[in-house]
Design a protein around this ligand. Sequence first.
Ligand SMILES: [Zn+2]
Length: 439
Amino acid sequence: MHFQEKSRILAYLRSAFSAAHPGRMAVVAGISLSAAVVAVAVPGSAPAPFQVNLLEQLPMPAIEYLDSMDQPFVREGSVERGDTLASLLARLGVQDQDLNQFVATHPEARALLRALRPGVAITVTTTRLGRLLSVSLPQSGADGRLLISRQAGQFVVSDQPAQLESRVRMSSGEIRSSLFAATDGIGLPDSVATSLADIFGGNIDFHTDLRRGDRFSVVYEMLYHQGAAVRTGRILAAEFVNAGRRYSAVWFVGADGRGEYYSADGRPLRQGFLRSPLEFSRVSSGFSMRFHPILKQWRAHRGVDYAAPTGTRIRATADGVVEFIGKQNGYGNFILLRHQGSYTTAYAHMNGFAKGLQRGSRVSQGELIGYVGSTGWATGPHLHYEFRVNGEQKDPMRVALPQSAPLIGSQLSAFRERSAGVLAQLALAGAPQAVALRD
Ligand SMILES: [Zn+2]
């Protein structure tokens, strides 16, 4: 059984490597060879390692709620010679005239009239009684479709991306120097790396907390258009072991229809404060790795300094209201945010502020508020960040913050049911066999 798992991961690595890095086939060949040697050394009839599917088709966790009672009627048809909008809609079973009027009075909907050429495929959705909900048609010169949909009684025109096919991928790695070095090494896209930093941003400061030997596993969607990978989709589950502490995240859509990441025991991950006020990127991550921030000086200094290039994006660590924005002596360009309870956060030495931000503005967690600079008493570009309770600077790591309520009852059961499969995948992605094969 271990053997089968290993060969599956090998096969996965092989396909991921060859897809993302055609130039790295030599490395892949090396991995395959060592696996082949292992295979020979095992007596008996172990399954042949490379006859396993290259990319495992995992059952998609059912993350959308579909209420069959509310399902619209979908009808597809082609434009015929001589069709008018009215004749086309009548043939598709649409019983109302509102669209005719909308198209006549809204220039952005005229594309619908231009599309009335023989053969063009039109899709409509209607209610049970034939009231039009939406009409979609191919966009000329693009893969996507134009969608005209009824929203709150009004028609709205929007672009609909090309129908993408989603496949689930899994991957795992270990940190030697930086997160990006690790993700590059296993061919994981940058967007997945930054999403990981986002998902675990309430627990781990990816600028300061990462340690050599930290490990991560991730199960994510890759979206394909006509067989070609187009972009990454959502991370379905992830695990990060930081300095020996294990954090898990599972995407789950709750009863209110909103998706969120939860820990394996059903606690929302997004809560309280982000650990880092700096947006995590390839540039900012490399910078702080070289100039390790002065966390140890906190006691004397009453704040945390993040060395980062001028212009690095600074974000609000929690929802709040701007209480001060402007110049303040040694702090230079300075922002003070007031949060729920008795908490405030302070951001100093900024190069500039986010456009439109002023005293009284509301900001949400993770929102851009300004850029790293060296205004005020600063010897080089860095962000001086303070976390205050009742106006007094505190070490954010030592303050017990209020926790969000965990899932309970039927929500918790639904979460357990939906997360079991993807957590098993995660365990498989991070299995020691896979880790051992990296070099
Ligand atoms: Zn400072």
